[in-house]
Design a protein around this ligand. Structure first.
Ligand code: ZN
Length: 139
């Protein structure tokens, strides 16, 4: 399915997810992808300059959903609300093939480029992004 290098990156984020915390007591809703059984919760921490200090996530699921959430928390760090929303929308559009891929400039996220070829897995990759986008828009 993936190049070896990308496979390794995905497995690294899956086994050692960045910014994964127990959010079961938080108010964040659990967002689910029933076709695969993935579930994720996200929480955004803002700094005094209205930029994202960190994004935390919690949940369970396949390697792609977990790795994607982990990578997402990295790219959103330091962004303001508008930037973060734009990144989330762009990622989903890229996954659906509606936008040219820019993942090569998005750090570890390049590893998910292969997901586009597997429509059944796109929801795995975009689940946490939709969850964050919802929080960004609503709060
Ligand atoms: Zn999945």
């Amino acid at each position: 399915m993936f190049d070896d290098l990308y496979q390794e990156l995905i497995l690294d984020h899956y086994k050692n997810p960045r910014n994964k915390q127990d959010l079961s007591r938080s108010e964040s809703p659990l967002v689910e992808n029933p076709t695969c059984g993935d579930a994720v919760r996200v929480k955004i921490h803002w700094n005094s300059e209205q930029r994202i200090d960190s994004v935390q996530f919690d949940g369970w699921g396949c390697a792609i959903s977990t790795a994607s959430a982990s990578m997402m928390t990295q790219i959103l760090e330091g962004r303001n609300r508008e930037e973060a929303i734009a990144i989330c929308r762009s990622f989903s559009a890229q996954m659906r093939g509606e936008e040219d891929s820019r993942l090569e400039n998005w750090g570890d996220l390049i590893a998910l480029e292969g997901v586009m070829k597997f429509p059944a897995r796109i929801k795995c990759a975009t689940l946490s992004w939709h969850a964050v986008e919802k929080l960004l828009i609503e709060n």
